[in-house]
Write a protein that binds this ligand. Sequence first.
Ligand code: F6R
Length: 609
Amino acid sequence: MCGIVGHLGPQNSVDVVIEGLKRLEYRGYDSAGVSFISSDNELVVYKKKGEIVNLITELEGKDVKARSSIGHTRWATHGGVNDENAHPHAEPERGISMVHNGIIENAGEIREDLTSRGHKFKSETDSECFLRLVIFHLDEGLHIKDAIIASFKRIQGHSAFVILYKETDEIYAIKNGAPLVCGINEINSEVFVSSDPYALAGMANKIYFPENQVLCHLSPSNQHLLNFYELDGEKSTRYMSKKQNLDHDPASKGDYDHYMLKEIFEQPELIRSLTQFYFSGEGRASLEAALDLPRANIHITACGTAFYAGIVIKDFIEKENRISCKLEVASEFRYRNPVLSKDELALFISQSGETADTLAAQQLCKDYGVKTLSIVNTEGSTLYRDCDANLLIRAGVEIGVASTKAFTQQALTGYLFSQVIKEGGFTDSVKNALSAKLALLAERIDNLLAREEEIREIAKSIYQYNGFFFTGRGAYFPIALEGALKLKEIAYVHAEGYAAGELKHGPIALIDDQKVNVALVGTELFEKTVSNIQEIKARDGVIVSIGPRDNKELKEISDYYFGVELEGLGDLAPLCLNVVNQLLSYHIAKLLGTDIDKPRNLAKSVTVE
Ligand code: F6R
Protein backbone atom coordinates (compact mmCIF):
# COMPACT_ATOMS: atom_id res chain seq x y z
CA MET A 1 0.00 0.00 0.00
CA CYS A 2 1.04 3.66 -0.23
CA GLY A 3 4.12 4.85 1.62
CA ILE A 4 5.15 8.33 2.78
CA VAL A 5 8.58 9.71 3.70
CA GLY A 6 9.44 13.33 4.49
CA HIS A 7 12.71 14.81 5.73
CA LEU A 8 14.12 18.13 6.76
CA GLY A 9 17.75 18.62 7.78
CA PRO A 10 21.30 19.45 6.79
CA GLN A 11 22.11 16.32 4.74
CA ASN A 12 20.69 15.96 1.22
CA SER A 13 17.02 15.47 1.86
CA VAL A 14 16.28 13.87 -1.49
CA ASP A 15 18.73 11.04 -0.78
CA VAL A 16 17.14 10.45 2.62
CA VAL A 17 13.65 10.36 1.15
CA ILE A 18 14.63 8.03 -1.70
CA GLU A 19 16.31 5.69 0.80
CA GLY A 20 13.14 5.74 2.94
CA LEU A 21 10.95 5.03 -0.10
CA LYS A 22 13.14 2.08 -1.07
CA ARG A 23 12.58 0.63 2.37
CA LEU A 24 8.84 0.95 1.88
CA GLU A 25 8.92 -0.88 -1.47
CA TYR A 26 8.01 -4.09 0.37
CA ARG A 27 4.56 -2.66 1.09
CA GLY A 28 3.65 -2.83 -2.61
CA TYR A 29 3.20 0.19 -4.94
CA ASP A 30 2.84 1.13 -8.58
CA SER A 31 4.44 4.59 -8.85
CA ALA A 32 6.79 6.82 -6.89
CA GLY A 33 7.62 10.50 -6.61
CA VAL A 34 9.47 13.21 -4.70
CA SER A 35 9.07 16.93 -4.24
CA PHE A 36 11.69 19.24 -2.79
CA ILE A 37 12.88 22.82 -2.67
CA SER A 38 15.82 23.10 -5.05
CA SER A 39 19.01 25.08 -4.46
CA ASP A 40 17.60 27.95 -6.57
CA ASN A 41 14.56 27.99 -4.28
CA GLU A 42 12.05 26.38 -6.64
CA LEU A 43 9.55 23.79 -5.48
CA VAL A 44 9.99 20.89 -7.89
CA VAL A 45 8.28 17.56 -8.37
CA TYR A 46 9.44 14.37 -10.08
CA LYS A 47 7.11 11.38 -10.26
CA LYS A 48 7.10 8.24 -12.34
CA LYS A 49 4.87 5.28 -12.92
CA GLY A 50 6.48 1.93 -12.04
CA GLU A 51 9.35 1.11 -9.74
CA ILE A 52 11.46 3.58 -7.75
CA VAL A 53 14.32 2.91 -10.13
CA ASN A 54 12.31 4.79 -12.82
CA LEU A 55 12.17 7.80 -10.52
CA ILE A 56 15.89 7.54 -9.78
CA THR A 57 16.63 7.44 -13.54
CA GLU A 58 14.45 10.53 -13.98
CA LEU A 59 16.45 12.37 -11.30
CA GLU A 60 19.82 11.57 -12.87
CA GLY A 61 21.72 14.66 -14.00
CA LYS A 62 19.25 17.02 -12.27
CA ASP A 63 20.00 19.40 -9.43
CA VAL A 64 18.69 17.29 -6.59
CA LYS A 65 20.25 18.86 -3.54
CA ALA A 66 17.69 19.98 -1.00
CA ARG A 67 17.25 20.63 2.66
CA SER A 68 13.62 19.52 2.74
CA SER A 69 11.62 17.05 0.70
CA ILE A 70 8.68 14.69 0.72
CA GLY A 71 8.19 11.45 -1.20
CA HIS A 72 5.57 8.82 -1.85
CA THR A 73 5.02 5.35 -3.21
CA ARG A 74 1.48 5.03 -4.58
CA TRP A 75 -0.76 1.97 -4.68
CA ALA A 76 -3.60 3.12 -6.92
CA THR A 77 -7.14 3.38 -5.57
CA HIS A 78 -8.71 6.40 -7.32
CA GLY A 79 -7.49 6.89 -10.90
CA GLY A 80 -5.25 4.77 -13.10
CA VAL A 81 -1.56 4.06 -12.72
CA ASN A 82 0.21 6.90 -14.54
CA ASP A 83 2.64 9.77 -13.88
CA GLU A 84 -0.12 12.35 -13.38
CA ASN A 85 -1.89 10.38 -10.68
CA ALA A 86 1.37 9.61 -8.86
CA HIS A 87 2.18 11.70 -5.78
CA PRO A 88 3.31 14.31 -4.78
CA HIS A 89 0.54 16.53 -6.09
CA ALA A 90 1.79 20.06 -6.37
CA GLU A 91 1.22 23.65 -7.39
CA PRO A 92 4.84 24.78 -7.86
CA GLU A 93 3.90 28.43 -8.45
CA ARG A 94 2.25 28.45 -5.03
CA GLY A 95 5.20 26.63 -3.51
CA ILE A 96 3.16 23.75 -2.17
CA SER A 97 3.16 19.99 -2.65
CA MET A 98 1.56 17.12 -0.77
CA VAL A 99 1.33 13.36 -0.47
CA HIS A 100 -1.56 11.32 0.83
CA ASN A 101 -2.27 7.81 2.11
CA GLY A 102 -5.83 6.56 2.51
CA ILE A 103 -9.11 7.49 0.89
CA ILE A 104 -11.00 10.80 0.87
CA GLU A 105 -14.57 9.59 0.91
CA ASN A 106 -16.18 12.92 -0.02
CA ALA A 107 -13.66 13.66 -2.80
CA GLY A 108 -16.41 13.81 -5.46
CA GLU A 109 -18.32 16.55 -3.70
CA ILE A 110 -15.14 18.57 -2.96
CA ARG A 111 -13.93 18.29 -6.55
CA GLU A 112 -17.28 19.48 -7.89
CA ASP A 113 -17.38 22.40 -5.49
CA LEU A 114 -13.82 23.57 -6.19
CA THR A 115 -14.15 23.05 -9.94
CA SER A 116 -17.25 25.26 -9.95
CA ARG A 117 -15.13 27.92 -8.23
CA GLY A 118 -12.55 27.77 -11.01
CA HIS A 119 -9.93 25.45 -9.47
CA LYS A 120 -8.20 23.19 -11.98
CA PHE A 121 -7.34 19.60 -11.12
CA LYS A 122 -4.35 17.90 -12.75
CA SER A 123 -5.07 14.29 -11.76
CA GLU A 124 -7.98 11.90 -11.29
CA THR A 125 -7.08 11.18 -7.67
CA ASP A 126 -9.08 11.83 -4.55
CA SER A 127 -5.80 12.99 -2.95
CA GLU A 128 -5.52 16.12 -5.08
CA CYS A 129 -8.72 17.44 -3.48
CA PHE A 130 -6.73 18.07 -0.33
CA LEU A 131 -4.11 20.12 -2.16
CA ARG A 132 -6.83 22.16 -3.91
CA LEU A 133 -8.62 22.72 -0.61
CA VAL A 134 -5.43 24.01 1.03
CA ILE A 135 -4.86 26.39 -1.90
CA PHE A 136 -8.49 27.52 -1.68
CA HIS A 137 -7.97 28.42 2.00
CA LEU A 138 -4.61 30.09 1.30
CA ASP A 139 -6.43 32.21 -1.29
CA GLU A 140 -8.84 33.22 1.44
CA GLY A 141 -5.85 34.60 3.33
CA LEU A 142 -5.38 31.84 5.88
CA HIS A 143 -1.92 31.02 7.23
CA ILE A 144 -0.63 27.68 5.90
CA LYS A 145 -1.19 25.96 9.25
CA ASP A 146 -4.80 27.15 9.43
CA ALA A 147 -5.38 26.33 5.76
CA ILE A 148 -4.29 22.73 6.40
CA ILE A 149 -6.49 22.45 9.48
CA ALA A 150 -9.52 23.90 7.67
CA SER A 151 -8.98 21.49 4.75
CA PHE A 152 -8.53 18.54 7.08
CA LYS A 153 -11.81 19.34 8.84
CA ARG A 154 -13.65 19.23 5.54
CA ILE A 155 -12.53 15.79 4.40
CA GLN A 156 -14.08 12.44 5.39
CA GLY A 157 -12.45 9.00 5.61
CA HIS A 158 -9.19 7.59 6.89
CA SER A 159 -6.14 9.46 5.63
CA ALA A 160 -2.66 10.75 6.36
CA PHE A 161 -1.33 13.88 4.62
CA VAL A 162 2.15 15.37 4.44
CA ILE A 163 2.58 18.87 3.00
CA LEU A 164 5.75 20.66 1.93
CA TYR A 165 5.54 24.47 1.95
CA LYS A 166 8.25 26.48 0.24
CA GLU A 167 7.61 29.89 1.76
CA THR A 168 8.67 28.80 5.22
CA ASP A 169 10.60 25.66 4.19
CA GLU A 170 8.41 23.58 6.49
CA ILE A 171 6.65 20.25 6.44
CA TYR A 172 3.24 19.62 8.00
CA ALA A 173 1.61 16.26 8.59
CA ILE A 174 -1.76 15.17 9.91
CA LYS A 175 -3.76 11.96 9.98
CA ASN A 176 -7.05 10.37 10.84
CA GLY A 177 -7.11 6.57 11.12
CA ALA A 178 -4.07 6.05 8.87
CA PRO A 179 -0.50 5.38 10.02
CA LEU A 180 1.88 8.30 10.55
CA VAL A 181 5.10 8.59 12.56
CA CYS A 182 7.58 11.40 13.07
CA GLY A 183 11.22 11.04 14.05
CA ILE A 184 14.10 13.16 15.19
CA ASN A 185 17.83 12.72 14.97
CA GLU A 186 19.00 14.98 17.77
CA ILE A 187 22.67 14.63 16.87
CA ASN A 188 22.28 15.81 13.27
CA SER A 189 19.32 18.18 13.84
CA GLU A 190 17.17 16.25 11.42
CA VAL A 191 13.46 15.63 11.48
CA PHE A 192 11.45 13.00 9.62
CA VAL A 193 7.91 11.91 8.92
CA SER A 194 6.71 8.62 7.48
CA SER A 195 3.83 6.19 7.26
CA ASP A 196 6.05 3.43 8.66
CA PRO A 197 8.72 3.61 11.40
CA TYR A 198 10.76 1.09 9.42
CA ALA A 199 11.59 3.84 6.90
CA LEU A 200 13.29 5.76 9.71
CA ALA A 201 15.24 2.88 11.28
CA GLY A 202 18.88 3.86 11.81
CA MET A 203 18.11 7.48 10.87
CA ALA A 204 15.96 8.80 13.73
CA ASN A 205 16.87 8.18 17.36
CA LYS A 206 13.47 9.20 18.69
CA ILE A 207 10.17 8.19 17.17
CA TYR A 208 6.82 9.90 17.78
CA PHE A 209 3.39 8.40 17.13
CA PRO A 210 0.86 11.25 16.89
CA GLU A 211 -2.78 10.49 17.59
CA ASN A 212 -5.58 11.25 15.15
CA GLN A 213 -6.16 14.94 14.37
CA VAL A 214 -2.84 16.14 15.74
CA LEU A 215 -1.02 18.51 13.37
CA CYS A 216 2.72 17.71 13.22
CA HIS A 217 4.96 20.62 12.31
CA LEU A 218 8.50 19.89 11.09
CA SER A 219 10.51 23.07 11.00
CA PRO A 220 14.14 23.97 10.22
CA SER A 221 14.58 25.73 13.57
CA ASN A 222 17.34 24.01 15.52
CA GLN A 223 15.45 24.42 18.75
CA HIS A 224 12.03 23.19 17.77
CA LEU A 225 12.44 20.67 15.01
CA LEU A 226 9.10 19.09 15.76
CA ASN A 227 5.93 20.50 17.30
CA PHE A 228 2.44 19.10 17.71
CA TYR A 229 -0.80 21.10 17.61
CA GLU A 230 -4.47 20.44 18.24
CA LEU A 231 -6.94 21.54 15.59
CA ASP A 232 -7.73 24.66 17.66
CA GLY A 233 -4.07 25.70 17.30
CA GLU A 234 -3.08 24.90 20.89
CA LYS A 235 0.04 22.80 21.56
CA SER A 236 -0.76 19.09 21.73
CA THR A 237 0.61 16.35 23.96
CA ARG A 238 -1.39 13.64 22.23
CA TYR A 239 1.50 11.54 20.95
CA MET A 240 3.55 8.61 22.15
CA SER A 241 7.34 8.67 21.85
CA LYS A 242 10.10 6.11 22.12
CA LYS A 243 13.87 6.05 21.78
CA GLN A 244 15.33 4.07 18.92
CA ASN A 245 18.74 2.54 18.48
CA LEU A 246 20.61 4.12 15.56
CA ASP A 247 22.75 0.99 14.99
CA HIS A 248 19.73 -1.10 14.17
CA ASP A 249 19.71 -2.16 10.49
CA PRO A 250 16.70 -4.32 9.73
CA ALA A 251 17.03 -3.34 6.07
CA SER A 252 19.75 -5.87 5.31
CA LYS A 253 19.01 -9.35 3.91
CA GLY A 254 22.46 -10.53 4.96
CA ASP A 255 23.59 -13.57 2.97
CA TYR A 256 20.06 -14.68 2.12
CA ASP A 257 18.68 -14.43 -1.42
CA HIS A 258 15.36 -13.11 -0.15
CA TYR A 259 13.93 -11.46 2.94
CA MET A 260 11.39 -14.27 3.11
CA LEU A 261 14.13 -16.86 3.52
CA LYS A 262 15.94 -14.74 6.08
CA GLU A 263 12.70 -14.38 8.04
CA ILE A 264 12.02 -18.13 7.92
CA PHE A 265 15.49 -18.73 9.36
CA GLU A 266 15.01 -16.13 12.10
CA GLN A 267 12.23 -18.17 13.69
CA PRO A 268 14.15 -20.32 16.22
CA GLU A 269 15.85 -17.30 17.76
CA LEU A 270 12.60 -15.35 17.98
CA ILE A 271 10.83 -18.29 19.59
CA ARG A 272 13.56 -18.60 22.22
CA SER A 273 13.29 -14.96 23.22
CA LEU A 274 9.50 -14.91 23.58
CA THR A 275 9.21 -16.60 26.99
CA GLN A 276 12.03 -14.43 28.34
CA PHE A 277 10.12 -11.31 27.20
CA TYR A 278 6.83 -12.39 28.79
CA PHE A 279 8.12 -13.94 31.99
CA SER A 280 11.22 -11.95 32.90
CA GLY A 281 11.12 -8.89 30.67
CA GLU A 282 8.97 -5.94 29.69
CA GLY A 283 6.22 -8.18 28.36
CA ARG A 284 5.08 -9.39 31.74
CA ALA A 285 3.07 -6.27 32.57
CA SER A 286 1.23 -6.51 29.25
CA LEU A 287 0.37 -10.16 29.86
CA GLU A 288 -0.91 -9.25 33.33
CA ALA A 289 -3.02 -6.46 31.80
CA ALA A 290 -4.43 -8.94 29.26
CA LEU A 291 -5.33 -11.38 32.05
CA ASP A 292 -7.32 -8.65 33.79
CA LEU A 293 -9.72 -8.23 30.86
CA PRO A 294 -13.12 -9.97 30.97
CA ARG A 295 -13.28 -13.15 28.85
CA ALA A 296 -16.61 -14.96 29.23
CA ASN A 297 -16.23 -15.68 25.49
CA ILE A 298 -13.52 -14.52 23.13
CA HIS A 299 -14.18 -13.08 19.65
CA ILE A 300 -11.08 -13.52 17.49
CA THR A 301 -10.86 -11.35 14.38
CA ALA A 302 -8.08 -10.91 11.82
CA CYS A 303 -7.25 -11.17 8.10
CA GLY A 304 -5.25 -13.59 5.96
CA THR A 305 -2.35 -15.32 7.67
CA ALA A 306 -3.19 -13.60 10.96
CA PHE A 307 -6.67 -15.13 10.70
CA TYR A 308 -5.15 -18.59 10.32
CA ALA A 309 -3.02 -17.91 13.40
CA GLY A 310 -6.36 -17.06 15.01
CA ILE A 311 -7.65 -20.59 14.29
CA VAL A 312 -4.55 -22.02 15.99
CA ILE A 313 -5.07 -19.74 18.99
CA LYS A 314 -8.78 -20.58 19.21
CA ASP A 315 -7.83 -24.27 19.44
CA PHE A 316 -5.28 -23.56 22.18
CA ILE A 317 -7.70 -21.51 24.28
CA GLU A 318 -10.73 -23.76 23.87
CA LYS A 319 -8.80 -26.95 24.50
CA GLU A 320 -6.95 -25.76 27.60
CA ASN A 321 -9.47 -23.38 29.13
CA ARG A 322 -12.88 -24.36 27.79
CA ILE A 323 -13.52 -20.70 26.98
CA SER A 324 -15.60 -20.51 23.84
CA CYS A 325 -13.92 -18.58 21.02
CA LYS A 326 -15.75 -17.25 17.98
CA LEU A 327 -13.60 -16.59 14.98
CA GLU A 328 -14.32 -14.43 11.98
CA VAL A 329 -12.44 -12.64 9.22
CA ALA A 330 -12.44 -8.92 9.94
CA SER A 331 -13.94 -7.90 6.57
CA GLU A 332 -17.09 -9.93 7.40
CA PHE A 333 -17.24 -9.26 11.12
CA ARG A 334 -17.31 -5.49 10.69
CA TYR A 335 -20.48 -5.53 8.57
CA ARG A 336 -22.38 -8.33 10.28
CA ASN A 337 -23.83 -6.70 13.36
CA PRO A 338 -22.23 -9.37 15.56
CA VAL A 339 -23.71 -10.40 18.88
CA LEU A 340 -21.38 -8.92 21.51
CA SER A 341 -21.55 -8.48 25.22
CA LYS A 342 -19.48 -6.53 27.72
CA ASP A 343 -18.28 -9.56 29.67
CA GLU A 344 -16.60 -10.88 26.52
CA LEU A 345 -13.17 -10.16 25.09
CA ALA A 346 -12.41 -9.16 21.50
CA LEU A 347 -8.98 -10.34 20.32
CA PHE A 348 -7.40 -8.89 17.16
CA ILE A 349 -4.37 -10.42 15.51
CA SER A 350 -2.21 -8.42 13.13
CA GLN A 351 1.40 -8.15 12.04
CA SER A 352 1.20 -4.54 10.89
CA GLY A 353 -1.47 -3.30 13.29
CA GLU A 354 -2.69 -1.16 10.39
CA THR A 355 -4.99 -3.51 8.44
CA ALA A 356 -8.09 -1.42 7.67
CA ASP A 357 -10.64 -4.22 8.17
CA THR A 358 -9.09 -5.33 11.47
CA LEU A 359 -9.05 -1.75 12.74
CA ALA A 360 -12.70 -1.28 11.77
CA ALA A 361 -13.65 -4.48 13.60
CA GLN A 362 -11.76 -3.27 16.68
CA GLN A 363 -13.55 0.06 16.55
CA LEU A 364 -16.90 -1.71 16.32
CA CYS A 365 -16.16 -3.73 19.49
CA LYS A 366 -14.95 -0.61 21.25
CA ASP A 367 -18.20 1.16 20.35
CA TYR A 368 -20.12 -1.74 21.92
CA GLY A 369 -18.06 -1.32 25.12
CA VAL A 370 -16.31 -4.68 24.66
CA LYS A 371 -12.70 -4.76 25.90
CA THR A 372 -10.17 -5.25 23.14
CA LEU A 373 -6.83 -7.06 23.13
CA SER A 374 -4.30 -7.25 20.30
CA ILE A 375 -1.69 -9.81 19.39
CA VAL A 376 0.41 -7.52 17.24
CA ASN A 377 3.91 -7.06 15.89
CA THR A 378 4.16 -3.30 15.41
CA GLU A 379 4.44 -1.42 18.65
CA GLY A 380 2.84 1.99 18.31
CA SER A 381 0.64 0.96 15.37
CA THR A 382 -2.98 2.09 15.29
CA LEU A 383 -4.24 -1.26 16.59
CA TYR A 384 -1.66 -1.19 19.37
CA ARG A 385 -2.72 2.28 20.43
CA ASP A 386 -6.44 1.62 20.23
CA CYS A 387 -6.69 -1.65 22.18
CA ASP A 388 -7.15 -1.91 25.95
CA ALA A 389 -4.18 -4.27 26.19
CA ASN A 390 -1.58 -5.56 23.73
CA LEU A 391 0.57 -8.66 23.47
CA LEU A 392 3.56 -7.99 21.25
CA ILE A 393 4.73 -10.93 19.16
CA ARG A 394 8.33 -9.64 18.98
CA ALA A 395 8.96 -10.82 15.42
CA GLY A 396 11.02 -7.77 14.43
CA VAL A 397 10.39 -6.10 11.08
CA GLU A 398 8.86 -8.48 8.55
CA ILE A 399 9.76 -7.32 5.05
CA GLY A 400 8.77 -10.28 2.88
CA VAL A 401 5.19 -9.63 1.83
CA ALA A 402 4.33 -13.25 2.60
CA SER A 403 4.06 -13.51 6.35
CA THR A 404 6.20 -16.28 7.89
CA LYS A 405 7.81 -15.52 11.23
CA ALA A 406 4.84 -13.35 12.25
CA PHE A 407 2.50 -16.35 11.94
CA THR A 408 4.67 -18.46 14.23
CA GLN A 409 5.08 -15.68 16.77
CA GLN A 410 1.36 -14.86 16.72
CA ALA A 411 0.45 -18.49 17.38
CA LEU A 412 3.01 -18.76 20.18
CA THR A 413 1.95 -15.51 21.83
CA GLY A 414 -1.61 -16.86 21.83
CA TYR A 415 -0.25 -20.11 23.27
CA LEU A 416 1.47 -18.31 26.15
CA PHE A 417 -1.70 -16.29 26.82
CA SER A 418 -3.75 -19.48 26.91
CA GLN A 419 -1.25 -21.29 29.15
CA VAL A 420 -1.09 -18.43 31.62
CA ILE A 421 -4.91 -18.33 31.81
CA LYS A 422 -4.86 -22.08 32.47
CA GLU A 423 -2.14 -21.93 35.12
CA GLY A 424 -3.64 -18.84 36.70
CA GLY A 425 -0.35 -16.94 36.88
CA PHE A 426 3.37 -16.69 36.45
CA THR A 427 4.92 -19.20 38.85
CA ASP A 428 8.47 -20.38 38.29
CA SER A 429 7.29 -23.83 37.37
CA VAL A 430 4.97 -22.43 34.65
CA LYS A 431 7.80 -20.25 33.38
CA ASN A 432 10.27 -23.14 33.29
CA ALA A 433 7.84 -25.53 31.62
CA LEU A 434 6.91 -23.02 28.91
CA SER A 435 10.51 -21.95 28.31
CA ALA A 436 11.51 -25.58 27.90
CA LYS A 437 8.61 -26.23 25.52
CA LEU A 438 9.41 -23.27 23.30
CA ALA A 439 13.13 -24.07 23.42
CA LEU A 440 12.35 -27.59 22.18
CA LEU A 441 10.24 -26.19 19.35
CA ALA A 442 13.08 -23.82 18.41
CA GLU A 443 15.55 -26.72 18.40
CA ARG A 444 13.30 -28.84 16.18
CA ILE A 445 12.84 -25.95 13.76
CA ASP A 446 16.62 -25.50 13.70
CA ASN A 447 16.90 -29.17 12.70
CA LEU A 448 14.35 -28.68 9.92
CA LEU A 449 16.08 -25.62 8.57
CA ALA A 450 19.30 -27.60 8.36
CA ARG A 451 17.44 -29.95 5.98
CA GLU A 452 16.45 -27.18 3.57
CA GLU A 453 18.15 -29.02 0.69
CA GLU A 454 15.82 -32.03 1.09
CA ILE A 455 12.81 -29.72 0.87
CA ARG A 456 14.31 -28.05 -2.19
CA GLU A 457 14.62 -31.48 -3.85
CA ILE A 458 10.92 -32.16 -3.26
CA ALA A 459 10.10 -28.71 -4.65
CA LYS A 460 12.11 -29.55 -7.79
CA SER A 461 10.02 -32.67 -8.33
CA ILE A 462 6.64 -31.01 -7.97
CA TYR A 463 6.92 -27.36 -9.01
CA GLN A 464 5.49 -27.92 -12.48
CA TYR A 465 2.21 -29.46 -11.36
CA ASN A 466 -0.79 -27.23 -11.82
CA GLY A 467 -2.83 -27.62 -8.65
CA PHE A 468 -2.06 -28.17 -4.99
CA PHE A 469 -4.29 -29.35 -2.15
CA PHE A 470 -2.89 -28.88 1.32
CA THR A 471 -4.78 -31.09 3.75
CA GLY A 472 -4.75 -31.65 7.48
CA ARG A 473 -7.01 -32.64 10.32
CA GLY A 474 -7.56 -30.98 13.69
CA ALA A 475 -4.68 -28.68 14.58
CA TYR A 476 -3.13 -29.36 11.16
CA PHE A 477 -6.11 -27.88 9.31
CA PRO A 478 -5.10 -24.22 9.86
CA ILE A 479 -1.57 -25.22 8.83
CA ALA A 480 -3.04 -26.56 5.58
CA LEU A 481 -4.87 -23.26 5.00
CA GLU A 482 -1.72 -21.26 5.70
CA GLY A 483 0.41 -23.56 3.52
CA ALA A 484 -1.92 -23.08 0.56
CA LEU A 485 -2.04 -19.30 1.05
CA LYS A 486 1.78 -19.12 1.12
CA LEU A 487 2.11 -21.12 -2.08
CA LYS A 488 -0.51 -19.21 -4.05
CA GLU A 489 0.71 -15.78 -3.02
CA ILE A 490 4.39 -16.25 -3.81
CA ALA A 491 4.35 -18.92 -6.55
CA TYR A 492 1.13 -17.80 -8.33
CA VAL A 493 -0.15 -21.38 -8.58
CA HIS A 494 -3.57 -22.55 -7.60
CA ALA A 495 -3.55 -24.04 -4.12
CA GLU A 496 -6.31 -24.82 -1.66
CA GLY A 497 -6.25 -25.68 1.99
CA TYR A 498 -8.76 -28.31 3.09
CA ALA A 499 -9.73 -30.26 6.15
CA ALA A 500 -8.52 -33.71 5.05
CA GLY A 501 -11.90 -35.36 5.73
CA GLU A 502 -13.74 -32.74 3.68
CA LEU A 503 -12.04 -33.33 0.34
CA LYS A 504 -14.37 -36.14 -0.66
CA HIS A 505 -17.36 -33.82 -0.29
CA GLY A 506 -16.60 -32.15 -3.61
CA PRO A 507 -13.03 -31.13 -4.38
CA ILE A 508 -11.92 -34.71 -4.90
CA ALA A 509 -13.53 -34.38 -8.36
CA LEU A 510 -10.48 -32.28 -9.29
CA ILE A 511 -7.91 -34.91 -8.37
CA ASP A 512 -5.95 -36.47 -11.22
CA ASP A 513 -2.30 -37.18 -11.94
CA GLN A 514 -1.57 -33.49 -12.35
CA LYS A 515 -2.65 -32.52 -8.82
CA VAL A 516 -0.49 -32.60 -5.74
CA ASN A 517 -1.76 -33.35 -2.26
CA VAL A 518 0.51 -31.90 0.41
CA ALA A 519 -0.72 -33.96 3.35
CA LEU A 520 0.09 -32.61 6.81
CA VAL A 521 0.00 -35.51 9.19
CA GLY A 522 0.26 -35.47 12.96
CA THR A 523 0.32 -38.29 15.45
CA GLU A 524 -3.30 -37.55 16.44
CA LEU A 525 -5.91 -38.83 13.99
CA PHE A 526 -3.03 -40.48 12.15
CA GLU A 527 -4.96 -43.45 10.72
CA LYS A 528 -7.87 -41.26 9.64
CA THR A 529 -5.53 -38.87 7.83
CA VAL A 530 -3.79 -41.78 6.12
CA SER A 531 -7.19 -43.00 4.87
CA ASN A 532 -7.79 -39.57 3.35
CA ILE A 533 -4.42 -39.78 1.60
CA GLN A 534 -5.37 -43.21 0.24
CA GLU A 535 -8.51 -41.70 -1.30
CA ILE A 536 -6.41 -39.22 -3.24
CA LYS A 537 -3.79 -41.78 -4.18
CA ALA A 538 -6.52 -44.02 -5.58
CA ARG A 539 -7.37 -41.19 -7.99
CA ASP A 540 -3.75 -40.81 -9.15
CA GLY A 541 -3.02 -37.68 -7.12
CA VAL A 542 0.66 -37.02 -6.37
CA ILE A 543 1.25 -37.38 -2.62
CA VAL A 544 3.72 -35.25 -0.67
CA SER A 545 3.41 -36.15 2.98
CA ILE A 546 4.90 -34.17 5.84
CA GLY A 547 4.50 -36.04 9.10
CA PRO A 548 6.06 -38.04 11.92
CA ARG A 549 9.62 -39.14 11.16
CA ASP A 550 10.60 -42.72 10.29
CA ASN A 551 7.00 -43.60 9.61
CA LYS A 552 6.97 -46.60 7.29
CA GLU A 553 3.28 -46.47 6.52
CA LEU A 554 3.35 -42.83 5.53
CA LYS A 555 6.50 -43.29 3.50
CA GLU A 556 5.00 -46.20 1.56
CA ILE A 557 1.85 -44.42 0.46
CA SER A 558 3.65 -41.20 -0.47
CA ASP A 559 5.44 -40.20 -3.65
CA TYR A 560 7.54 -37.83 -1.53
CA TYR A 561 7.83 -38.03 2.23
CA PHE A 562 9.40 -35.57 4.68
CA GLY A 563 9.61 -36.92 8.24
CA VAL A 564 9.73 -34.56 11.19
CA GLU A 565 10.58 -35.27 14.82
CA LEU A 566 7.31 -34.41 16.55
CA GLU A 567 7.73 -36.25 19.86
CA GLY A 568 7.45 -34.06 22.93
CA LEU A 569 6.07 -31.03 21.08
CA GLY A 570 2.43 -31.71 21.91
CA ASP A 571 0.17 -28.90 20.68
CA LEU A 572 3.11 -27.05 19.11
CA ALA A 573 3.95 -29.83 16.63
CA PRO A 574 1.84 -28.29 13.80
CA LEU A 575 4.02 -25.16 13.92
CA CYS A 576 6.98 -27.32 12.92
CA LEU A 577 5.17 -28.60 9.84
CA ASN A 578 4.28 -25.03 8.96
CA VAL A 579 7.98 -24.22 8.61
CA VAL A 580 8.33 -27.10 6.12
CA ASN A 581 5.44 -25.57 4.16
CA GLN A 582 7.14 -22.18 4.21
CA LEU A 583 10.34 -23.61 2.74
CA LEU A 584 8.44 -25.72 0.22
CA SER A 585 6.52 -22.68 -1.07
CA TYR A 586 9.70 -20.61 -1.11
CA HIS A 587 11.57 -23.15 -3.26
CA ILE A 588 8.64 -23.76 -5.61
CA ALA A 589 8.37 -20.00 -6.13
CA LYS A 590 12.12 -19.70 -6.66
CA LEU A 591 12.05 -22.45 -9.29
CA LEU A 592 9.14 -20.70 -11.01
CA GLY A 593 11.06 -17.42 -10.97
CA THR A 594 8.47 -15.22 -9.26
CA ASP A 595 9.12 -12.04 -7.32
CA ILE A 596 9.19 -13.74 -3.91
CA ASP A 597 9.56 -10.76 -1.59
CA LYS A 598 7.14 -8.55 -3.51
CA PRO A 599 4.59 -10.81 -5.20
CA ARG A 600 2.41 -9.21 -7.84
CA ASN A 601 -0.83 -7.49 -6.79
CA LEU A 602 -0.05 -7.78 -3.09
CA ALA A 603 0.71 -5.19 -0.45
CA LYS A 604 2.34 -5.85 2.89
CA SER A 605 0.00 -3.71 4.86
CA VAL A 606 -3.58 -3.51 3.59
CA THR A 607 -4.63 -0.09 4.80
CA VAL A 608 -7.71 0.21 2.56
CA GLU A 609 -10.89 -1.84 2.62
C1 F6R B 1 -0.16 -13.44 3.86
C2 F6R B 1 -0.24 -12.13 4.47
C3 F6R B 1 -1.59 -11.51 4.63
C4 F6R B 1 -1.68 -10.81 5.99
C5 F6R B 1 -3.01 -10.04 6.10
C6 F6R B 1 -3.16 -9.39 7.46
O1 F6R B 1 1.15 -13.90 3.83
O2 F6R B 1 0.74 -11.55 4.83
O3 F6R B 1 -2.61 -12.43 4.47
O4 F6R B 1 -1.59 -11.77 7.00
O5 F6R B 1 -3.07 -9.04 5.11
O6 F6R B 1 -2.14 -8.48 7.70
P1 F6R B 1 -1.80 -8.01 9.17
O7 F6R B 1 -1.29 -9.18 9.91
O8 F6R B 1 -0.76 -6.94 8.99
O9 F6R B 1 -3.07 -7.48 9.76
